[in-house]
Design a protein around this ligand. Structure first.
Ligand code: GLU
Length: 299
């Protein structure tokens, strides 16, 4: 019997703004879980969507993490440098008949759904379900705008370490989803699967706001013949309006000059009593022991 792969975790922020209280929760949970497993913790900057990014945000996130004592093991991966790996994965999918070009505009997708007698159902991320118009080839005279994955029918299941078995019918709820966007940008779903594999990630720990993407990532990994990591989705921090606190909605930067306050709030959010004040490294070691003790009790 082969030994299980050594634990590799990661934090993968999009540089749309400075680190805020919500992203610290995801960073700390992934760091604690990696340390509790004596694993490595990697950092990846997901800068695939320039219109949503803020100049200087990536550097500010790295700096803040360092001041919170959360130092990545190994090189920081920057997605904007990884286009050739994404192109290779898309090529593999196309060669397997699983990736195909799509000529539809957003409007056409919305209209075809209505003409078929359906309502304009939107996925949790606000996209329209793709009705499969270009699945069997582009209509004459149409040119490829985006590339999509041919999603198999049926329910996809995966285990979340906290939430248990999750299931999602991607074909029914989302349809063939985008791998490369009409504006030429790589889709998050493709990039994350390619990079988690390339970085040897065994465990993804992130907020429940991404739970709706996990099924797509499982389907995509299968299509590429890759294993999926283990999953743990932790509660997200809500803003004053009850929605997820996010950089887009103007969540403010955490005050990295008070690391124990910032980390303590994140720990409480994760349901753990923070350690008493101590030098940062000792505090983090104690926090790791608390995380590990809860994990052992829970499993
Ligand atoms: N880049 C994504 C975000 O900041 C997270 C990706 C992930 O953890 O899989 O929301």
């Amino acid at each position: 019997m082969s030994a299980p792969a050594p634990y590799v975790g990661r934090f993968a922020p999009s540089p749309t703004g400075p680190l805020h209280a919500g992203s610290v929760v995801a960073a700390l949970a992934s760091w604690l879980d990696a340390r509790a497993h004596r694993g490595r913790w990697l950092l990846r900057i997901e800068d695939l969507d320039p219109p949503r990014e803020q100049p200087g945000a990536a550097a500010s996130i790295v700096d803040t993490l360092g001041r919170l004592g959360l130092h990545p093991d190994g090189e920081i991966v920057v997605q904007s440098t990884r286009g050739s790996a994404y192109a290779e994965a898309l090529g593999t999918l196309v060669a397997r008949g699983l990736g195909y070009p799509c000529g539809c505009t957003r409007r056409e997708i919305a209209d075809s759904v209505l003409h078929a007698g359906g309502t304009r159902t939107r996925t949790r991320h606000g996209e329209l379900r793709y009705p499969g118009t270009c699945r069997d080839g582009l209509a004459p005279g149409r040119t490829a705008r985006a590339w999509r994955l041919r999603v198999p029918d049926g329910v996809v299941r995966f285990e979340d370490r906290r939430l248990g078995t999750q299931s999602q019918d991607i074909a029914a709820e989302i349809g063939d989803f985008v791998l490369k966007r009409a504006d030429g940008l790589w889709a998050y779903q493709l990039a994350v699967v390619v990079d988690d594999t390339a970085q040897g990630v065994t465990d993804v720990v992130r907020g429940t706001d991404l739970l709706g993407s996990t099924g797509r990532q499982v389907v995509l990994a299968r299509a590429l013949g890759l294993p999926s990591p283990r999953w743990l989705h932790v509660p997200v921090v809500a803003g004053a309006d009850g929605d997820k606190l996010s950089k887009q909605t103007g969540a403010t930067a955490v005050d990295a000059s008070r690391p124990l306050e910032v980390l303590g709030a994140a720990m409480r959010h994760l349901g753990l009593e923070p350690p008493a004040d101590a030098p940062l490294d000792a505090w983090l070691a104690d926090a790791t022991a608390r995380w590990a003790a809860r994990r052992l009790r829970a499993s």
